[in-house]
Design a protein around this ligand. Sequence first.
Ligand code: NAP
Length: 328
Amino acid sequence: MTSPGLMRAIRVSKFGAPSVLRLCSYVHVPEPEDRQVLICVYACGVNPVETYIRAGTYGRKPALPYTPGSDVAGVVEAVGEEVTAFKVGDRVFTTATESGGYAEFAVAADDSVHRLPDALHFTQGAAIGTPYFTAYRALLHKAHAKAGETVLIHGASGGVGIAACQLSRALGLRVLGTAGTPEGMELVVSNGAHLAFNHREEGYTDKIMKTTEGRGVDVIVEMLSNVNLSKDLQMLAYGGRVSVVGSRGSIEINPRDTMAKESSIMGVALFFATPEEKKECGAALYAGMEAGWLRPVVGRQYSLEMAAQAHHDIIECPGAAGKMVLTV
Ligand code: NAP
């Protein structure tokens, strides 16, 4: 900490390019309210949505100035008077923060805080929140995926993709995943996919169809819908479902493709998860940590000073290899 009561934190004072992420050394350490937990942050996940918010192009805009970051992992420093589930010294991770996670300390509502088992490193803890909760929502709450079905994780090498591969495999699905590099494909296979394909290779969708013997896949978890949604509709089996997790623009589709398979396209927004859904998800994922199938893969790591570089790279540098994380 800089001096008592003060901390280093990234502050955004205007929306714009990654350079608006400024490291400040004299930010007040937030105080937890009755149902809040103050966490000493060791690592914070970087999610693509944080770049859209910073750029000012996202639907929801925080009041300026603000500190980005929802997925921290660290140790409980203090708890509000009504918090009973956590105590000082507990290892935890979050799915949301009130004060922002790109900082040395963050406060979070107690229902956004989860226990981090000793077996997982803090950088792994920072890779759980948004990626795994989104993967769970896309596969179970939206697509209602069932054991024995085939799932295509379209964009499997990044934060949400690796989570979706591990979860799908644990659920008993046949798992196909895509990545943009040979290293990414290897990672996808070592994290639960039965087969990996390169989404930059001409004709890869034909290969996917071939492995299903022309039947198609039952579920697609789609990370870049503006590029793939039309192809996805053609790759679905009868009654297939596409969970739209990521999209960065528009695309033309032929609605007839949905009639031919009686297929469905579903939007996914973690933001709308109900308290009950979050609770269910937290319990299932904690069981995964205990059982050992939930093992977050940490990709590129950056110091707090390098937050602007991280925001640049997560959008501009393809070749994801797990979850991007800031270490504090
Ligand atoms: P990430 O870690 O940056 O990973 C991006 C993934 O997209 C990588 O696997 C990348 O593969 C892949 N990709 C690149 N080009 C592709 C293509 N042509 N076809 C298919 N995949 C392609 O990001 P993330 O955290 O996993 O998030 C993925 C997307 O979901 C983002 O757009 C994010 O905003 C969105 N998201 C939405 C929600 C929600 O609630 N709806 C929640 C979380 C995330 P290579 O780099 O190997 O090419």
